[in-house]
Design a binder for this molecule. Structure first.
Ligand code: AMP
Ligand code: MG
Length: 331
């Protein structure tokens, strides 16, 4: 390892602990305890528990570091939600014994809204809608320094370990380290295998991937682009940054994310892409926005300098950008 090895071990430990909590909640409580935030997106007790664990571990080891994470404890501290807070605390206790509800709320609120030059971007559950459906989701952590992602992790508790055995064991951890490559580990953080994108240059035999949710991406536009590229297989519709993992390990050659027609002004969030990008890049892939611009992680929570996301195996990238034109933009 290199000079950021303590960051790597801390990130791996927190991602594995958080994914254990999420796995238990999904098995035991699916659909039961979620509520809708002011931006209409859902949040579950697993989002809170996962964020508490990750923020606690990172903050203990790197107290000077800023953590930008998706949730805050505002709703949990509301007396009307005492029962939900108790459940969050119970699940956190299974992973970190003797944690109190007050501590759990304080750990969640270690998260700040104001990134510094060096910060951690954390999505405690990316793809909460997938999590609630019992589908794919990811726990995402990235370390960003000077606008450059240095380290990224995606824990994907429901993802099959081996494409050749889609009904086989599930649970993967992807780790990307700048300049050092990307690897897949199993759900216990063992059995390291290097990741590399597909070298296929003939798209007719390959898959592309996109969101399940229709308001997160323009499925019709993606279909037209896929047709222009001669992609004949139906899209792999998958929730969360698991899609970056699919490109990184060669199961898809392309991940497209152009804002949906009704959401053309949507700005992507840093925690939804920082971890995924470094993993796919270090596996040999290429990532830009829909204009071909590099992703800019230096402008706060919202990626205001980018429009859409294009993730490819590299070989295909220029052809995809060409096929996207004329690009529909916000009117
Ligand atoms: P996915 O599972 O790939 O569809 O992405 C899930 C993420 O989409 C969530 O973490 C949200 O932050 C993000 N999201 C929410 N609304 C939108 C939107 N209108 N367009 C694109 N992404 C969105
Ligand atoms: Mg997310």
């Amino acid at each position: 390892m290199n000079e950021i090895s303590l960051e790597v071990t801390t990130a791996i430990q927190s991602a594995l602990m958080a994914s254990e909590l999420c796995r238990k909640v999904q098995q035991e409580l699916i659909g039961q305890v979620s509520f809708i935030k002011s931006d209409r997106s859902p949040v579950t007790i697993a989002d809170y528990g996962s964020q508490a664990i990750i923020c606690k571990l990172i903050n203990d080891r790197f107290p000077e570091d800023v953590i930008i994470a998706e949730e805050d404890s505002g709703e949990l501290r509301n007396p009307a939600n005492t029962r939900i807070l108790e459940q969050v605390t119970r699940y956190v206790n299974e992973i970190m014994p003797e944690s109190s509800s007050a501590e759990v709320c304080d750990w969640i609120d270690v998260s700040s809204q104001h990134p510094k030059d060096r910060f951690w971007a954390v999505d405690p559950i990316d793809g909460t809608k997938g999590f609630l459906r019992g589908d794919q989701y990811a726990i995402a952590l990235a370390l960003v320094e000077g606008g450059v992602v240095k380290l990224g992790l995606l824990a994907c508790p429901n993802l099959h370990v081996d494409i050749n055995y889609p009904d086989g064991p599930r649970g993967c951890l992807f780790v990307g380290l700048r300049g050092k490559g990307a690897v897949q580990l199993d759900r216990w953080g063992k059995h390291k295998t290097p990741l590399s994108v597909s070298k296929i240059s003939d798209p007719s035999e390959a898959f592309f991937t996109e969101s399940v949710e229709m308001d997160h991406a323009d499925h019709e536009l993606h279909e037209r682009v896929a047709r222009k590229l001669n992609i004949t297989k139906p899209p792999l519709r998958v929730d969360s940054q698991v899609k970056y993992g699919l490109v990184a390990r060669g199961e898809a050659i392309l991940y497209l994310r152009i804002p949906a027609l009704s959401e053309r002004t949507y700005k992507e969030k840093v925690w939804d892409h920082a971890a995924g990008t470094i993993i796919t890049e270090e596996a040999g892939g290429k990532i830009t926005d829909a204009h071909g611009k590099p992703l800019d992680f230096s402008c706060g929570i919202k990626m205001v300098n980018n429009y859409g996301i294009v993730v490819s195996n590299g070989i295909l990238h220029d052809a995809v950008l060409k096929a996207l034109h004329p690009l529909p933009v916000a009117s």
